[in-house]
Design a protein around this ligand. Sequence first.
Ligand SMILES: Nc1ncnc2c1ncn2[C@@H]1O[C@H](COP(=O)(O)OP(=O)(O)O)[C@@H](O)[C@H]1O
Ligand SMILES: [Mg+2]
Length: 275
Amino acid sequence: MSRIFVMTNHKGGIGKSTSATNVAFGLTQVLRQIDAPKQRVLLIDTDSQGHASLVTTGRATYGRDESLYTVLMAERQEAASVMLDCITVSHWDDNLHVLPASPLLEGAERELIGVPGAPYRLANPLQQIIHNYAAVVIDTRPSFSLMTETALLAATDALIPIEPRYLESVGLQSVINKINDIREGWRHQALQVNGIIVTKMDKRVRGHVELLQSLQEHQVLGQLIRGVIPVNEAVAYAHHAHLSVFEYDARCAASQAYAELVGELVKQMFAKAGA
Ligand SMILES: Nc1ncnc2c1ncn2[C@@H]1O[C@H](COP(=O)(O)OP(=O)(O)O)[C@@H](O)[C@H]1O
Ligand SMILES: [Mg+2]
């Protein structure tokens, strides 16, 4: 089964979109290097702000007929083919495909209230087209909204980006609870908390170092740390240029940290596949 990673945290500005886009791109690079049987990766943007769509496709706004919104509103029998029609190829790499967000997603939650099976409107068509992809990466909006539930119900592996600050780490437990809620409450057993990505880590800040250390020493959470991404201005420059951080500067600290994270995820993908 292909892995469907979801970057989730109800806080904004903590590196969800940065992680989703760079992990998705990084996966295409490694899958090509190892000559994997499937090499395409699908990035799904469920945030109406569309940051992930913008940086990976160069386009800010997608409309009624060309985005995730279209898939959510489609007749169920047609949703999978509508999804294929809406997927576009990123200028980052031919193997990186993008199902873009739309500002219309903002209203989609209201439109879907009371519609039977609404939370499965992403999961179901995705299952029908997933054979085309080695992996899927879903970016979410900063809230526990219906849209985020829809993303979690489509996913197998939740990755939780957090900044190394006290309040972030307190919020971490509520994100984990939410994911467990989706698994148990909605009986979506395939969903697991894959791990935590510590983002914007600044070793010069004592509070950051202390928080990372206490996370590492924590009996449960310590095992869940999948990556530590340093604060690095190359990330912001890359965003402005609509480039992946790897393309912007392959040797910068953030690229190296994302490469390590991607390597870890690929290792997991093949370990499970072969098990
Ligand atoms: N490792 C990093 N170093 C420096 N800036 C970062 C880093 N990761 C993200 N940022 C910046 O932080 C801001 C928020 O990141 P973003 O990925 O959009 O967060 P979210 O999707 O959680 O709202 C962006 O301006 C981005 O450029
Ligand atoms: Mg975002």
